[in-house]
Design a protein around this ligand. Structure first.
Ligand SMILES: C[S@@+](CC[C@H](N)C(=O)[O-])C[C@H]1O[C@@H](n2cnc3c(N)ncnc32)[C@H](O)[C@@H]1O
Length: 232
């Protein structure tokens, strides 16, 4: 696991609440896809420091389960939300053994699935825990954006990429899987999901005054991919 989500968890939590990529691009786009959640039972996979969980509590979601690999992130969620959430550590690459079959209305996962090698196994497990008519809503790196860091140059080949990111104001190594759009959509449809929404997000205008260059980049290039997939 990257130190970005362990050693730097507190700083990460602080930064993502006002930065462009998370607060002005990912979060508002995801909120639109998620829609009305009042009374809905939600599982937040790769919940991080609980920014989404805080929103779900505010919006009066039903039962809320927050799962993350990082002990530091789960500690932050517990400190913020206490017993309003069921938060625990779990490497979701090993499935969701503590989650009951057909127990959730929504599984939400913001910017986490690219850390997993096997998307097919994850989708099968998410399909298991969703109720009939439930939805899996997620954001991830856009496959076209990630092609820029390809080593092989073969878009269709899944690749393990290691990069240095400056998210918390100092370079921290982050490793993730780059994969094609076909691999992502096949993992969903092969496991019984129907894609009901797919979009590439829209950066908020307020980002312009923070960094004109990043704003212009996001207005003219795909960077994240957002999908809502239904268990029908
Ligand atoms: C980019 S952060 C996003 C956090 C949160 N979803 C948000 O948007 O604020 C990715 C999170 O996924 C978690 N993560 C990465 N790999 C994981 C795994 N295999 N199992 C569970 N969580 C994982 C990390 O610990 C980190 O908290």
């Amino acid at each position: 696991m990257s130190e970005l989500y362990s050693k730097h968890a507190i700083k990460y939590d602080d930064v993502i609440q006002s930065n462009i990529y998370n607060a002005m691009y990912d979060f508002p786009t995801m909120k639109k896809l998620i829609g009305d959640i009042k009374g809905k039972d939600i599982i937040d996979l790769g919940c991080g420091s609980g920014v989404y969980a805080h929103y779900f509590v505010e919006q009066q979601a039903g039962q809320l389960t927050c799962i993350d690999y990082s002990v530091d992130m789960i500690q932050l969620v517990k400190a913020k939300l206490g017993d309003r959430v069921n938060a625990y550590t779990q490497n979701v690459a090993e499935g969701l053994p503590k989650v009951m079959t057909q127990s959730a209305d929504l599984v939400v996962s913001a910017l986490m699935i690219h850390y997993l090698k096997d998307l097919d196994a994850l989708c099968a497990e998410i399909h298991r825990v969703l109720k009939q008519g439930g939805a899996f809503i997620f954001s991830t790196h856009h496959p076209f954006a990630d092609l820029e860091c390809s080593i092989s140059g073969n878009y269709f080949e899944r690749e393990f990429i290691q990069e240095m990111w400056d998210t918390v104001g100092e370079p921290v190594e982050v490793a993730f899987y780059r994969r094609s759009l076909t691999e992502i959509t096949n993992a969903l449809t092969n496991n019984g999901f129907v894609i009901s929404a797919l979009n590439e997000g829209e950066v908020r205008l307020e980002a312009k005054s923070i960094c004109e260059k990043t704003y212009q980049y996001l207005m003219t290039h795909p960077n994240f991919l957002f999908i809502r997939a239904m268990k029908v």
